[in-house]
Design a protein around this ligand. Structure first.
Ligand code: ATP
Ligand code: MG
Length: 432
């Protein structure tokens, strides 16, 4: 930890120098300072400045008003990279969900409103000076997560900090300071006051960024946050029907951990895999995901497992027809992650089988068999051309034609389908 901070990239120095030359105190703040001190790759550089948004916009040629009402202006450097520059702020009023802020005069004021000591660090890239009024560097050295100020007050100001704390503790392998932890678990019940969007975005951020999400997810569970926000998932804890004595929550978490960062929705599907379909849909709607995301995630969660590699082509065509061939890669990744997770928990290694099944599915797909009604060489209009009366029976006939073509893709010829359609139409519904 005593490593000196590396010198900032030229664009960062340019940005700070421009503001400083105009007389405005300006610092790099937040996650980047923390991450650089930890020797982690630096993410986006964010800045806090004495200049008001209007003054920032006057100084730079290319700016974007990202959140001027919160004091944030995006400044584009000569490479087109955007940096967030936010005027020093102070909270005047908070209610657990929103804060009313006002502009402040000093970096110390600005750091005081931040959530955790490790996030309340500022670095001056020109003077190479660290501003650390709350002992964040010591906490990083000792791997401790601690709120700035009295934990209970800070969580009551914004309950999202509870979830942020769990995420940072997991991601950065920090242990949560005792007073911070007891305030956090004592107040977890208030998480239900947060907006669904903030809760969702926080979970997606965890799933998107954390290479080893088990720690943070288990902190959700042990803190009580899981029970408040995701009771369906909490109910899986202690249910011993997972593999090798692990509970079903444990299997879900291990599966998430076997999927890569950068695929938050795939990981979300893995997390929900043990829930029944109504519970999945209920949870996703509550999180206010878009309809398209709800549908896609529910389909991934509810999809039947890939057929075994030893099964015939028909089994693979039926499986792809039922799940949608475009979902093959995602479902195979989920299946593979699941097999790896079960193996991690002590079950026999099935990963070779899953990979073999995936290969078989890919080769069956490569021969482009028709897998949906839309790909049949006969459609509703064709049925009308045969003299059949449009009605609910059309759906039944087309589905039956698809089944017939799945059995043998060479049957997908117009004349053969017409003949078959006529004989299907002659049958009573439910005949076979
Ligand atoms: P990440 O790597 O997840 O982006 P970060 O620390 O940069 O981590 P951001 O959400 O980008 O997190 O926020 C930037 C900074 O703003 C934080 O480091 C913290 O100082 C402050 N901050 C963000 N959200 C809150 C909050 N709810 N309460 C107090 N301070 C906050
Ligand atoms: Mg950030």
């Amino acid at each position: 930890m005593d490593r000196p901070l590396p010198s900032a990239p030229p664009q960062v120095r340019w940005l700070v120098r421009t503001l400083e030359d105009a007389g405005y105190d300006t610092w790099a703040v937040g996650g980047v300072v923390r991450d650089v001190l930890l020797g982690r790759p630096a993410g986006d550089w964010d800045f806090a400045t004495r200049a008001t948004p209007r003054e920032v916009r006057k100084l730079f040629r290319r700016t974007v008003p990202i959140g001027v009402e919160h004091g944030t202006v995006g400044v584009l450097d000569r490479d087109g990279t955007m940096h967030e520059v936010t005027t020093f702020r102070r909270d005047v009023e908070t209610d657990g969900r929103h804060a009313v802020v006002t502009f402040a005069d000093t970096i110390e004021d600005d750091l005081a409103r931040r959530d955790f000591t490790v996030n309340a660090l500022a670095w001056h890239p020109l003077r190479e000076e660290l501003c650390d009024p709350f002992g964040g560097v010591d906490d990083l050295k000792n791997s401790v997560l601690r709120t700035v100020g009295t934990p209970e007050d800070r969580f009551r100001e914004d309950y999202l900090r509870i979830l942020r704390g769990l995420r940072f503790a997991g991601l950065l392998r920090l242990s949560i300071d005792e007073a911070t932890w007891s305030a956090l678990i004592g107040l977890a019940g208030h998480l239900e006051n947060l907006s669904a969007e903030r809760v969702r975005d926080e979970l997606l951020k965890l799933l998107e960024l954390d290479p080893e999400p088990s720690r943070a997810l288990d902190l959700y569970a042990t803190s009580g946050a899981l029970a408040v926000l995701y009771p369906e998932l909490d109910a899986l804890r202690g249910d011993p029907s997972g593999v090798e004595g692990a509970d079903r929550w444990g299997v879900s978490v291990a599966t998430v951990a076997r999927l890569p960062v950068g695929r938050p929705y795939l990981r979300l599907a893995a997390l929900l895999r043990e829930l029944d379909p109504p519970a999945v849909a209920g949870l996703l709607l509550r999180l206010r995901l878009s309809n398209a995301q709800v549908d896609e995630t529910a389909l991934r969660v509810g999809a039947p497992p890939l057929p075994g590699a030893g099964e015939d082509d028909l089994a693979f065509r039926r499986w792809m027809s039922a799940t949608g061939p475009e979902r093959l890669a995602a479902l195979a990744r989920l299946g593979l992650a699941r097999a790896r997770a079960e193996h991690d928990l002590g079950a026999p290694d099935r990963t070779g089988d899953v990979v073999a099944s995936w290969r078989r599915a890919r080769s069956v797909r490569a021969s482009s068999p028709p897998l949906s009604v839309g790909e049949l060489e006969l459609d509703g209009r064709g049925l009308i051309g045969l003299g059949l009366k449009p009605g609910p029976d059309f759906g039944r006939i087309l589905d039956a034609l698809l089944d017939w073509v799945l059995e043998d893709p060479r049957r997908n010829r117009r004349e053969a389908l017409e003949e078959r359609a006529l004989s299907l139409a002659a049958q009573e519904p439910g005949d076979g």
